[in-house]
Design a binder for this molecule. Structure first.
Ligand code: ATP
Length: 367
């Protein structure tokens, strides 16, 4: 059993840098939890407080229901894997992996068994006698993970472990770490700024911004039901389109008025939006819900708009169209094989069944 719980945790650097503010979080036993957010949002500081590498200024941290605020890192039964791997250059792979166990005075036979088992799991058995400088980035990464595994800790903490790897290796390591989690059945807290890494690996994701938790949820729930505009924009690539406008109409017919564009709103949103009549808000729609020649089910919940093509970005399996519609900029992702010319005026179909609406001031979702 290893749960991790943070209650009202706060960390202030110097006089006034609030790195983490009033953070409440419960990581379940054997859960793969990912902390994600832009640079400086406080995710590494959160991880370092759980590891005991930073003091907690306020609040409480529990590992396995035990208060650990005053327990030193070595007694917390956690293992941390860093971005720079932090391998000892003068030791072989074997010695690097065995080091933590030696310090804890494990018997030699047990150390040997654990190192060889971990090396087998990570396919690094053939490197055991090499020094780190004779390893590639991906291999060094595996050794760093191996060094954590041999300890059989209650909780694994990963701080951007894949960011030094090239794109292809990152995709491969992502899948390997997911498999490793399934095999070890360990509790993992994993920090990244890469939303794709978060979406593909996390069983649940914590989105942070400016030291504050924005939303905790399963990946697809975050994608489909972002709690606020920040989460809507941060999760998903290309990013969600946002159009500022005012809701006009009566209770029976509502229109989003952007100034130039006028978008008829489907009845399913009337209840949520009726109190916003006459008020400004932000409409959100993901690029894949802005259709250009893609088959979109014709129904009540679509709207047609015209737009001018500004930039065309073919990436192979799909093409991103940057468009000007009314006063707004939009991106559409299309799988159509023929794409339009720059400057061309085209028709788009918006799938409004997947629309989002946010309060202009608080940026909270209205749905
Ligand atoms: P990154 O992805 O860039 O590592 P992060 O989300 O992990 O970012 P943190 O490293 O946790 O962010 O930093 C949160 C805030 O605390 C930032 O504003 C950072 O400048 C500040 N900070 C972090 N460590 C210290 C420190 N030792 N002294 C002063 N300020 C710090």
């Amino acid at each position: 059993m290893a749960t991790v719980e943070l209650k009202n945790v706060r960390k202030i650097f110097g006089r006034n840098v609030i790195a983490v503010n009033r953070l409440d979080l419960e990581v379940k036993n054997e859960e793969f939890m990912v902390l994600v957010g832009p640079s400086g949002c406080g995710k590494s500081t959160t991880l370092r407080m759980i590891a005991g590498l930073e003091n907690v200024d306020q609040g409480e941290i529990f590992i396995d229901r035990k208060l650990v605020n005053d327990i030193p890192p070595k007694d917390r039964d956690i293992a941390m894997v860093f971005q720079n791997y932090a391998l000892y250059p003068h030791m072989t792979v074997y010695q690097n992996m065995a080091f933590g166990l030696r310090l804890r005075r494990y018997p030699q036979a047990e150390i040997d068994k654990r190192v060889r088992e971990a090396a087998e799991i990570l396919s690094i058995s053939r490197f055991l006698n090499r020094k780190p400088k004779a390893l590639s980035g991906g291999e060094s990464q595996r050794v760093a993970v191996g060094r954590a595994i041999v300890r059989k800790p209650k909780v694994f903490l990963f701080d951007e472990p894949l960011s030094n790897l090239d794109a292809k290796l990152r995709v491969q390591m992502r899948a390997e770490l997911s498999k490793l989690h399934a095999r070890l059945k360990a509790t993992i807290i994993y920090v990244t700024h890469d939303q794709l890494e978060a979406m593909t690996m996390g069983e649940r994701i914590v989105v942070m911004r400016d030291g504050l938790l924005q939303q905790v949820d399963q990946p697809l729930h975050l994608y489909r039901r972002p709690a606020n505009k920040f989460v809507g924009g941060f999760i998903g690539s290309p990013t969600m389109n946002f159009i500022e406008g005012t809701i006009e109409g009566t209770g029976n017919s509502l229109v989003l008025d952007e100034g130039v564009l006028k978008i008829q709103i489907p009845p399913r949103y009337y209840k949520s939006l009726s109190r916003y009549i006459g008020k400004p808000l932000i409409f959100g729609l993901r690029p894949e819900d802005v259709h250009y020649r893609n088959s979109v089910k014709s129904g009540q919940e679509t709207a047609e708009i015209s737009a001018t093509v500004d930039v065309v970005e073919p990436i192979g399996n799909e093409t991103f169209l940057h468009l000007i519609a009314g006063k707004s900029h939009l991106v559409a992702s299309t799988t159509a094989s023929a794409f339009p010319q720059l400057g061309e005026k085209i028709k788009l179909t918006l799938d409004l069944s997947r629309a989002h609406f946010f309060d202009k001031e608080t940026e909270l979702s209205l749905l």
